[in-house]
Ligand binder design. Sequence first.
Ligand SMILES: NC(=O)c1ccc[n+]([C@@H]2O[C@H](COP(=O)([O-])OP(=O)(O)OC[C@H]3O[C@@H](n4cnc5c(N)ncnc54)[C@H](O)[C@@H]3O)[C@@H](O)[C@H]2O)c1
Ligand SMILES: [Zn+2]
Length: 475
Amino acid sequence: MKLISQGNLILKTNLTVNWTMQNPPTSAKAWHSWASFNPNLTGHNESIFFDSATREALDLALSQKLDRFTGWEALGAPERGPLAKAASVFKRGVPFKSCDTESEAVPLSGSYPIEIAPAHIHPVEALKEAFLTKNLFVVIDRNIPEHWNLSPFKADFHLEANEKNKNVDTVEHICKAAKKARSPDHWLIIGGGITADTAAFAANIMKKSFTLVPTTLLAMADACVGGKTGVNAHPFGKNLIGSFAFPEKVLVIPQFLKSLSTRVLRSGGAECLKHAFLAGKPEKAAKIADALKEVNLLSLSEELEFIIELKAKVVAEDPTEKGKRATLNLGHTLAHALEAISHKHNPPDQHIHHGEAVAVGLAFCFLISKKVVPNSVSSMDTMIGCLINSGLMPTKSRLQEHLGLSLDDEQTWPQVSHYLLNDKKKSDHHQDACNWILLEEWGKIFSDKPDGFLVRLPLSKIREVWDQFVREYPL
Ligand SMILES: NC(=O)c1ccc[n+]([C@@H]2O[C@H](COP(=O)([O-])OP(=O)(O)OC[C@H]3O[C@@H](n4cnc5c(N)ncnc54)[C@H](O)[C@@H]3O)[C@@H](O)[C@H]2O)c1
Ligand SMILES: [Zn+2]
């Protein structure tokens, strides 16, 4: 472990994330012709990234459900500039060609340290050095100054973090504020996953470097590691417009966890437990589960390094999610379906949290493994036990409230299966089956094909597991 001194602060920098990628991040398996793209240029403003023509191209691509492996061919299109911009951010970048030959993908690489401040250090202390940077633009989650007196420091943009605001308009507002502040070269981004995803995307569009300071457990364990940035595209879905952009540094200040509500703290807990399951560490999982149950922040802070390291390792191997990174979606297939149902039936304040949906989704995956993976029962039972102990899974009645549905109702499964089949991470188009990431034991991904991560299962099998899940839902 490397320790570095910042003033009289000792920070751990044992984590360095190396990354390599190519731009664009995917190669085209097919091409979509934009020859007839003729945008309405009334009110068009070239000086902003998301001008009206670029937005029109994005809306068209989203409504036509183009995927990230379909390149955009602009041959013959009268307006190619907006198409090139839209292609560079559609699903974090798709191949683009505007003449007969496709331009070569550009290889990129780099690395960044993840520094973790000691658990007792106040954010003002920990942030001192970051604020010494000259020519700095600071974006902060609006809730942070409400909880923490950061008065020695000044922020340029206060972001109201909610999924509705996580959109291209907010990206434009941030960029406008940065231009007004004379476009500083380096951005400091302080906040949860929403602030990080939105502001880092804005920084990338403006070609600025940035430091991330995550302030929620989810942002520390997940959102700030791995270079995915981006915003939602209502009504099409979450995180559909963005880019891969890597920070110069991530600075984790565990004290920020103190001001989180228990529900928001626990929202990040499911990803932490998921990391322990994937790493095959039962004793770590038990410690994290206890810390979450008891809201023991000191104990959780002690585990942060382990928790962050697993994601850092996986994304270093597969930065642009061509293979192994997909294993981090463990538990997310059902989770996305539950979130979609909750969003359909309830107003935002009653939505299920992502972490709650992931906790339920993980338990569901383990139940599938018990049914389809030989000799997996005892490992799966200990992992399910861990999830139950952690207090992350909502009670059955709370889950039903979040979903706006009764689990025992006959009409519930058709809705669940509808969303399972629509999950954007499914990679086949057969309507009677969907793909799952399953474990066969602690730390071991199950696959029925060599080098594969996904197991395709018929919906009838999933239905059987669902019925058992509903009967046995633990609380
Ligand atoms: N980029 C990635 O790889 C990645 C990975 C996972 C999740 N995400 C994204 O992260 C987002 C969720 O992030 P989140 O759970 O951090 O939510 P969030 O950013 O909305 O924060 C949750 C709430 O906590 C408040 N808050 C933040 N820090 C606080 C603190 N220290 N004290 C008190 N309140 C605080 C926020 O203002 C907000 O109201 C989602 O949009 C998701 O898509 C991204
Ligand atoms: Zn997640």
